[in-house]
Write a protein that binds this ligand. Structure first.
Ligand code: RM4
Ligand code: MN
Ligand code: MN
Length: 431
């Protein structure tokens, strides 16, 4: 495609150097998989179709509550973010859409943004609303909440913002709105727990009523932070009840970092699939809380177990199952482009491994209560090194066999450091 941010010739040359080695690795893996009754090309073909959306906020350097250490050449507006997302898409071939965040990505002409994205073959996934911070000139503060606020004027302002997000999303070609609210209480007694949820639901009903026919609204729950005592939409149970109350266009989004550390997330995923309410994911990884670390960097087994539920649902054609896959990460110490490429790859890896699960054998072992062999069946899939499949899937679509190596060799970051002089802002925070 003309206009790729990285010279396609670089990709071709780098792939040429690695192609003989890849062919050998692929052939040998193919032989081993054939012994297990699996046809490697058909797995590769399915992996080629795996897609996950890039969060526009993820390409800027993240930070903690304490500090942010901006990277040279980081994007200053959504058009520059788009360019960085195009690099990730060009090299990984797994990230054909963006998930924008408003008002962070506000533009005068959303149609222009859509057209600029289309030049790279990029589209738009769910739009994310933001009622968790105040903007200059805003009439009412979100300090004490938004959709669940005690003051009706604040709730109206937050509703209006969500309706505006739907309008922008329509112009971008998006089909879903993700609503995460920071509403909650920092102290026992601060908030009437029952009434806060009632206010939330009343606000969400107005937003729901404004959804275009082919749109969905994704409810994103989160255990804590910034509300440190009681978050209004704290868990998947509350999220599910709200989605059910609202109607069929409302579903539950699972951000992997939004649970207590020992929570069995794959079981939540299975429950939501069974109930026809799984909206999709914000993929990331974590050790303690909403760490927003790179997908697959801490607990790749968990991601595999989640993918296992997703592939299982796909295979048995579960009802109302059309999950949206998005990444939601904060890159504090790495180049976000590299982190997002690696994360997309890790998600694709878990997906490929889940495709290798011998589901007939597993079902039979489960029916016989053969706990040990059932576990072995899952582990056989998880322990398979599927790297050659991922590399071949990328190469088949003119992506890079080794995307990080090509990215580093391209000098893209240095070029952008010159083109995008740093803005001095003392801001800390998530993004
Ligand atoms: C929240 C949540 C939302 C994201 C914000 C930036 O913790 O994960 O999805 O939009 O962070
Ligand atoms: Mn999230
Ligand atoms: Mn989060």
């Amino acid at each position: 495609m003309a206009g790729w941010p990285i010279d396609p010739e670089l990709v071709i040359q780098a792939n040429r150097q690695r192609s003989a080695e890849l062919a050998r690795d692929y052939e040998s893996l193919g032989e081993r998989l054939a012994r297990r009754g699996l046809e490697i090309d058909s797995i590769t073909e399915q992996v080629t179709r795996f897609a996950v959306a890039i969060p526009t906020w993820g390409v800027g350097t993240g930070g903690t509550r304490f500090a942010r250490f901006p990277l040279p050449g980081e994007p200053r507006d959504v058009f520059e973010k788009l360019e960085d997302c195009a690099v990730i898409w060009q090299l990984s071939r797994a990230t054909p859409t963006l998930s924008p965040h408003f008002p962070w990505d506000a533009v005068d002409e959303p149609a222009e943004l859509r057209a600029r994205a289309a030049v790279f073959g990029l589209g738009f996934d769910a739009v994310n609303s933001n009622t968790f911070q105040d903007l200059p000139g805003q009439a009412h503060s979100y300090k004490f909440g938004s959709l669940a606020h005690t003051d009706g004027f604040v709730r109206e302002q937050a509703i209006a913002h969500n309706l505006e997000c739907i309008r922008i999303g329509q112009a971008l070609g998006s089909k879903a709105l993700t609503v995460w609210i920071a509403d909650g209480a920092n102290f026992p007694g601060q908030q009437h727990l029952t009434r806060a949820l009632e206010r939330y639901l009343a606000s969400m009903r107005v937003i729901y009523a404004a959804l275009p026919g082919d749109w969905r609204v994704f409810i994103e729950h989160k255990l804590y932070e910034p509300a440190l005592y009681a978050t209004v939409i704290a868990d998947w149970g509350t999220s599910y009840v709200c989605a059910r109350e609202l109607g069929p266009k409302a579903q539950c989004l699972v951000d992997l970092g939004h649970h207590a550390p020992t929570t069995n997330i794959e079981q939540i995923v299975a429950r939501l699939i069974g109930l026809g309410k799984l909206a999709g994911f914000h993929f990331n990884d974590s050790k303690y809380g909403d760490d927003d670390l790179d997908s697959g960097s801490i607990n790749p087994f968990q991601i595999f177990l989640v993918m296992n539920e997703l592939v299982d649902a796909e295979v048995r054609r579960a009802a109302d199952f059309a999950p949206a896959y998005m990444i939601d990460q904060s890159h504090n110490v790495t180049d976000p482009i590299e982190s997002l490429i690696a994360s997309a790859q890790n998600l694709q890896r878990a997906f490929a491994q889940a495709l290798l699960v011998d589901r007939d054998a597993l079902a039979e072992q489960q029916d016989r209560n053969d706990a040990l062999l059932a576990r072995e069946t899952l582990m056989a899939a998880f322990q398979t090194d599927v790297a050659p499949i991922l590399a071949r899937a990328r190469a088949n679509k003119e992506g890079a066999i080794d995307p990080i190596a090509v990215y580093r060799a391209s000098g893209y970051r240095d070029r952008k450091a010159k083109e995008r002089p740093q803005e001095l802002s003392g801001r800390s925070g998530i993004v």
